[in-house]
Design a protein around this ligand. Structure first.
Ligand code: DLL
Length: 433
């Protein structure tokens, strides 16, 4: 199995698009002919497979949403028989029924391949020891990265989440060169290591982190790289598409979407019209080769933009810029749209601020009010009220400038906010409690 295959990864864009068109066309025929769900959807939209005459005709096809999986719980829209399935993953979600994803052997192979290609593009391979500190089990992070790492010939250290002191010990004793986990968990691991008297930069072999499953910012990347002596790469995916699938290459300029596996569109979430390269909108993905649960024009709800220029690494496959957040994560504070990632970006530019913060949204009268609780960095914690007042004013000022809305700030002691082993929960929305 060739993981860096220039015939695929450096394929001229026109050839890639031709390949995508063929895959799309056969997918649409297959679903129209064999799946009542997709057949009905296409009929409702008044589109027939014969109408797909070029790649951009994908726009004629109906969208899919997470609710389509929920409404058809657990497996009503699967397009493989029970006998053909070799695995389930289940995503809990915060509301309603969970979503169940089924995989045929071929689905697992392609998913693993996409991860193997991603890990290779981030410089990993044989000789690396990859500590997989994503949750194993129903969540796709652990098993996904596990098989991807094995496929590239690396050695897997399957620590899963939790028992953080032991994670640090094993990292050191077994010489982990890379870790895959959420950015929040890496922050926690770094702090626990410090408490144990272990300096990850000096006392371990860790050089690479593959971080995702939640939004994080460029400034957080810089902080973690400087602090831990690593290079950190973004990895993205959702359970409905298989799991983590797309990783940044050594250029760190957004994650590559493998065009032979997925067709990506960025659309305006309101008008549903396609947007140009560089414009910010909702990520919409069609998985071209999935057997058990094909997803056509899946409206993920994540906000980002696409770059179509050939990457400096040589890969022609488009890149998606760091995810800003989900459409439904957006807070509207006195009419101004605010993403938690904007708050993180502003805070991480202030040296006195530590890595952890919490956003509390409340309704006061008719208005929404936001309080940002901010941990001070270790060196900046002081007993002097005056020093603290100055820092607080500065933080409020910086947040107001970048968000265009007034925000209350409360400074708290280093180590006092909750830490997370998986996806973090930075926003406490008391309006919905
Ligand atoms: O989080 C799959 C995954 C596992 C991705 C490990 C990366 C690493 P779900 O639990 O279904 O799947 O959640 C998917 O998480 O729609 C985004 O909102 C968010 N998300 C995932 N990766 C990133 C990322 C996994 N790199 C949802 N940046 C997605 C920002 C991310 N948000």
């Amino acid at each position: 199995m060739v993981l860096w295959d220039p015939r695929i990864e450096e394929m001229p864009k026109e050839d890639l698009q031709r390949m995508q068109y063929k895959l799309l066309k056969s997918l649409v025929y297959r679903l129209y002919s064999f799946s009542p769900f997709y057949h009905d959807r296409m009929k409702e939209q008044n589109v027939h497979p014969d109408d797909i005459r070029e790649l951009s005709d994908v726009r004629k096809l109906p969208f899919m949403f997470k609710r389509d999986l929920r409404d058809n719980y657990p497996d009503k829209i699967f397009t493989a028989t029970k006998e053909e399935l070799v695995r389930y993953h289940v995503s809990s979600g915060t509301t309603g029924k969970p979503t169940v994803v089924g995989y045929t052997q071929n689905d697992l192979d392609l998913w693993t391949t996409s991860l193997a290609r991603g890990l290779t593009s981030a410089g990993l391979g044989r000789g690396d020891v990859i500590q997989v500190s994503y949750g194993y089990g129903l969540f796709t992070g652990g098993l996904g990265l596990h098989y991807g790492a094995e496929r590239i010939g690396a050695t897997v250290l399957p620590t899963s989440v939790g028992n953080t002191e032991r994670q640090v010990e094993l990292m050191q004793d077994l010489g982990a060169t890379a870790i895959a986990c959420t950015p929040s968990y890496l922050l926690h691991i770094g702090e626990v290591a410090e408490k144990m008297g272990i300096n990850i930069k000096k006392d371990t072999k860790l050089r690479t982190a593959i971080l995702g499953a939640e939004p994080w910012t460029e400034r957080m990347r810089t902080r973690m790289e400087d602090w831990l002596g690593i290079k950190a790469y973004d990895i993205y995916g959702t359970s409905e598409l298989s799991g983590p699938m797309f990783t940044e290459c050594l250029e760190q300029k957004g994650f590559h979407i493998w065009s032979d596996l997925a067709l990506v569109e960025i659309i305006d979430p309101k008008t549903e019209e396609p947007l140009e390269a560089g414009e910010k909108g909702e990520l919409t993905i069609t998985i071209l080769q999935k057997e058990a649960l094909p997803m056509i024009r899946y409206r993920i709800g994540d906000i980002s933009s696409m770059e179509t220029e050939t990457c400096a690494c040589g890969r022609t496959h488009p890149r998606i810029q760091r995810i800003q957040g989900r459409v439904d994560d957006m807070l509207i504070i006195r009419g101004i749209n605010v993403f938690p990632s904007q708050i993180e970006y502003a805070l991480m530019g202030i040296p006195e601020v530590g890595q952890h913060f919490q956003i509390i949204v409340e309704r006061k009268g008719a208005l929404d009010d936001m309080l940002v609780r901010v941990e001070l960095s270790k060196g900046s914690f002081s007993d002097k009220i005056n020093d603290l007042m100055k820092i607080r004013q500065n933080v409020e000022h910086r947040l107001r400038n970048s968000l265009n809305v007034n925000v209350d700030v409360e400074l708290v002691e280093p180590g006092s906010l909750p830490r997370f082993e998986g996806k973090s929960k930075k926003v406490i929305d008391k309006r919905s409690l």
